[in-house]
Ligand binder design. Sequence first.
Ligand code: EPZ
Length: 418
Amino acid sequence: MDKFIIDGGNRLYGEVKMQSAKNTVLPLVAASVLTDEQVTIRSIPCINDVENMLRILSEVGCKIQRKTDCAVIDSSNAVSHEIPARLTKELRSSVFMLGSVLTRFHQAKISYPGGCDIGLRPIDLHLNGLKRLGVEIIEKDGYIHCVAEKLIGAEILLDFPSVGATENIILAAVKAQGITVIRNAAKEPEIVDLQNFLNAMGAKIKGAGGSTIVIEGVKRLHGVDYTPIGDRIEAGTYLIATASCGGEIQTEGVPPENIAALLHKLRENGCKIHTKNDKIILQSNGNLKSVDLVETMPFPGFPTDMQAQYATLCCTCKGTTLIVENLFETRYRYAAELKRMGADITVRDRAALIRGVEKLHGAQVTASDLRGGAALVVAALKAEGQSCVLDLSHVDRGYADFEGKLKKLGAKIRRVRI
Ligand code: EPZ
């Protein structure tokens, strides 16, 4: 299990190019079983979640060529409709495979993806949507068995604009008979990217990015060579780190509209932000003022995946901030670790009250989930003195070359294998 040793206090300067978005690459990899022609996904990040999803594909019989910056997937020999249980435990997003494996094999078997570090993560919206498409679902002995002789288009209204449920339903409807309409769909940029990817394969989908998506089932899908959108959460993490530490960075590969809610808050904190196409330039003197309230919301609201990193920035702002986490039940596990660094943060259920302190001091802290781990790295970069961030398995799920990119920006950080 690796750890980071970080000497805090450096300002950050320079340019950083974003990896392809983890939360778009995962459904795209799942979608590649929808054709028996070759699928190439470019600038694919070297992160554990993606490696695990590729492993699932090879276990169902796909041939994967993993090159430095792309993956070439040939699903012509895909034979199994069973998604390996041990990999489902590793990777919750394997639930996206349900929709695409069902479309390919008209049956699918997956072990029930349990909760995870940030909450219960139910999949009722996924399963209810699949049932509307004619899928018979039997939940037995911890497994979900899905059978659908024929997938038939339907009207589906989501109780909540769930990202995963929207994606799974699209993957099950793309070759269904007739038209499927998803209402109250998630509007995240990753959904738009999935629509563009599938349409490039010959699908007929429109409306992604809005709350109503219309999918006209097609007979077959052909191969594609595709470059996914940049990772907006990765960009937000570097921008928050620079806002907090002070300095000036330019992120590349993420259009500002994909993280507009975060940029709005950072401007309120006193950062200067300019944007040009997919470049975002942020300048900060490191002495920020607090904003009163931040509530996480589905897109285009403030992203829950930026909540932990932004809370860390609030710890050394002048003033008090109330954060409300509306999407996940236990997304404040990093707070106790920040307190060890001198933060004044009180958590009650979904709310965290953060009173700004003069400074954070270095400490040994332990990550317990992906974005909470990134938040501890941001805190250590800002803190006075040396910190040690333990259990990097979490950040390695979603940040490619985290220490390399931070070092290039001037951070004093090194990875130690223990
Ligand atoms: C996706 O998770 C992302 N993961 C998450 O990013 C992100 O936090 C989340 O969307 C919200 O934006 C990937 O895309 C791989 P949801 P997902 O379904 O699809 C409830 C990260 O750090 N819900 O939109 O699981 C659920 O409990 C990860 O990169 C149901 O009740 O999120 C939650 O409260 C973490 N029933 C809310 O909806 C369901 O069937 C949002 O979940 C499904 C979800």
